[in-house]
Ligand binder design. Structure first.
Ligand code: FUB
Length: 349
């Protein structure tokens, strides 16, 4: 069976499972409500800037593009940025911060963004397909956290794939974590250069690894060639593709807790947000467990941020629409055990 047949069968099985879990979830209540309901939003990257929480999400729309294996139905065209004085406070929509028509090199599909601040400038990092339909990562700048942002004329050199997440370490260095398989195209870069026929891994092959690159001091380029990030099990072994409830799929995020580096990510087709802990921003990271169990909808994507001494998990589900490409962002408190492990968040109870 080829991987697309396998994937189609998996999707059919998951839709059936979705129907079953959907029925189950009618008896379960969401632990959090959508942060906004006037537009659809997803992939929330949250940061604290100037004492407020700023959320940099995808802006989901119904563009009429048919669902396919590459996620073409996620056909987003702009970004809105939100702010809140506290995780339970009023949410302000600051309007369109960047439109795809103002990104000179962009073709289609503005996917999950992130933001960073350095020396008076805010940087918005975003994945979008170029005019050859290849995902690259772009950057746009603003003097304000809510934008509007002005895009650079070209993508970040040597960037590829999706889901950039930029982490500021306590020593002042910044790192970008990125990558995503299937529609995110990471499998097309396994030789180091682009191969449109790049195949997904089969069950007994090593799973694809996410990428990290230190940012240059100007925050507009990589200071080094992106490197693989090793996620290992308790015996020091990396995962096979068949370990798809633990291996990396997309949605990288990094945070630091009690001096340790926590790399978290989505397992995609098994819908977990997992995490792994390391002692360096480059890893290796040892797998520890699940941050967020599967939510309603196919995708699971998150960010983790500290605000006034408490930790918060931003995530999304499809509570408002029931449709996988029309999502809504949410927040829940995140708690740690005394040994530094994370208490799994279940979005419904
Ligand atoms: O929002 C489009 C894509 O869906 C994101 O880039 C992935 O992480 C998944 O959430």
């Amino acid at each position: 069976m080829n991987c697309f047949t396998q994937k189609k069968l998996a999707i059919i099985a998951l839709s059936l499972l979705g129907t079953v879990t959907g029925l189950a979830q009618t008896r379960k209540q969401p632990v959090s409500q959508p942060l906004v309901s006037h537009i659809y939003t997803a992939d929330p990257s949250a940061h604290v800037f100037n004492g407020k929480i700023y959320i940099y999400p995808s802006h989901d729309i119904e563009s009429g593009v048919k669902q396919d294996d590459n996620g073409s139905h996620f056909d987003m065209k702009d970004y809105h940025i939100f702010s809140m004085d506290s995780p339970t406070g009023k949410v302000t929509d600051h309007g369109v911060a960047l439109d795809i028509k103002d990104i000179p090199w962009a073709g289609r599909q503005l996917w999950a963004p992130d933001a960073a601040y350095k020396n008076g400038t805010y940087y918005l990092y975003f994945p979008v397909k170029d005019k050859q339909d290849i995902f690259k990562i772009g950057v746009a700048t603003s003097k304000r956290p809510e934008g509007p942002f002005k895009a650079e004329k070209t993508p970040i050199e040597s960037s590829f794939s999706i889901d950039p997440s930029v982490f500021k370490d306590t020593d002042g260095n910044y790192y970008m974590y990125f990558g995503g398989i299937w529609g995110g195209q990471l499998q097309r870069w396994s030789s180091g250069s682009y191969d449109a026929n790049g195949k997904l891994r089969t069950a007994n092959e090593d799973a694809f690894l996410p990428k990290v690159a230190k940012m240059s001091s100007n925050m507009l380029s990589f200071a080094e060639t992106p490197k693989d990030i090793k996620i290992i099990d308790e015996y020091g072994k990396t995962f096979l593709e068949s370990n798809n409830d633990k291996r990396f799929f997309e949605a990288a995020w990094m945070h630091k807790y009690n001096g340790k580096y926590y790399f978290s990510y989505s397992t995609g087709d098994t819908h977990n947000i997992c995490y792994a802990i390391g002692t360096s921003p480059y890893g290796p990271f040892t797998y520890k467990g699940v941050v967020l169990s599967p939510v309603q909808g196919w995708t699971n994507h998150h960010s983790i941020v500290e605000f006034k001494g408490k930790w918060y998990l931003f995530y999304h589900d499809v509570q408002l629409s029931g449709q996988t490409h029309l999502r809504n962002i949410k927040v829940a408190e995140l708690q740690y055990n005394p040994d530094g492990t994370i208490i799994t968040v279940h979005a419904y109870k």
